[in-house]
Every structure is written in structure tokens, then in C-alpha cells.
Design a protein around this ligand. Sequence first.
Ligand code: SAM
Length: 238
Amino acid sequence: MLITIVTLFPEMFPGMLAYSLPGKQLGNLWDLKTVNIREFSDNKWQKVDDTPYGGGAGMVIKPNIIHEALTDALKNYPNNEPAIINMTPRGRLFNNATARNLAEYDGLIILCGRYEGIDQRVIDHWIQHHNMQEISIGDYVLFGGEVAAMVIIESCLRFVPGIMHNEDSPEDESFCIKDINGSRVDLLEYPQYTKPVSWSGYDVPSVLLSGNHAEIAKWRIEQAKQITRSVRPDLLGH
Ligand code: SAM
């Protein structure tokens, strides 16, 4: 998978993506390129933004500059069609299902906004002509799309075959818990414990020490349901 980040701050990458499991496979099972939006500035001051029509606070990144930067990013994919994503709080809320879907592409282009955002016309053009998707990572506003892009990349890479040591790992986590009958359910994960058996007056639940796999599976799914009911009843359709 080749990921291209279109950003005003290419030096932020790979950043934390160079560590741990994704870092070990960077340049191997996946690769990262950046396109610096500023290189497509249309003026000698290297400015990329201007004041918003209609007034108001902040600056808006100009459409022609973003168009040139995205067109340049597309050149990294001569033989396939990457998924193109605009990071924005106005996008569809990101979740595990979207991560799994994006991981099926050989390429991703991720556009990171800054300031007040990006001129709507270039967004409309790329949605219309290049199927660009708009994704938000949550109901809050960040300074820029770079951290959001890293969130998307980390969660997608978990579904790229070979990146996790255990191929099953992304399939038995929160939002994808194995039910007693082996099917997957959209629940938060049950609690996990390791040695020692007793710590600071807290004990590992005895069922986990029983060696009875059927009882352990039953306990885990009950815990998952209980936690989900209390913290995220929306996942249970309530
Ligand atoms: N004016 C915009 C609004 O109110 O929707 C917010 C702009 S924000 C300060 C600047 C950039 O940060 C956005 O263009 C986007 O790329 C990124 N960003 C901020 N919050 C985000 C979120 N929740 N999800 C994804 N990207 C986000």
C-alpha cells in the first residue's frame, strides 16, 4: 500500500508511524510519500491561503493550489486508483468498518487541511471527478488534518495482511469481538489481565485461571456486553 499525504507540514511524517509494527514494515509492506502544498503556491511569498469571501475569522486555502497538489499526488499511482480522502470535521465519522474498507486499496491519498479549511470548489471537484471521500475522526476540531491522517493510517494498517504478527489480532479487538458461536460482534473488548495473579489487592478473575475455554469465552462475551451497554449503548442499537 502506498500512502501519499498532501500537507503543509510534510516534516511531520512519518512521525509516530515510523515506530513499532507499522514502522517495521514501512518501506516494505507499505510506503509513505508526502506532497508539500506550499510548493504549488502561485505567488512569490509562498502564500497558499487568503481571506474568506463573506468575511469571518481565519484564512482559507486556495482551490488552485490544492488542485495542483492533489494532481501531483495522483502521479504516484500510474497503474491503480487510490482512495482519496479529505480530512475534515464535516466528514463521515471514521470507524473500524471504514478502516477495513480503506485497507483494501493499494493506495491512499490523504489531504490535510489547516487554518479555516479549504475552498469548497476544489473539494466539490475532487468529490465529483475523483470520488474523494470526506472523513472526520471525531466530533471535535483539530488545528490540522495531519494527526487525523495518522489515526486513519494506523487503523488501516492493522488490516493490511502481514503488518500484525498475528493475522487474527485485528479481528478480535473492540468493535470486532468473537462471539461464543465464532461470529463477530460490534462490542467493546472484555478486560485483559496478565501476571501476577494478585496485584495491590486486586485479583485476576478466577474463571481466567480455570483452563475451561468455554467458560472463559462465555465470561468474556458477557463482560464485553456489560461494558458496551454501560459506555457505548449506541453500539447495541440503543
Ligand atoms: N473550519 C473548519 C470547520 O469548522 O469544520 C475546521 C478547520 S480545522 C481548524 C483545520 C483542518 O484540520 C481541517 O481542514 C481538517 O483537515 C483538520 N481537522 C480538524 N478537525 C478534524 C476532525 N475532527 N477530523 C478530521 N480532520 C480534522
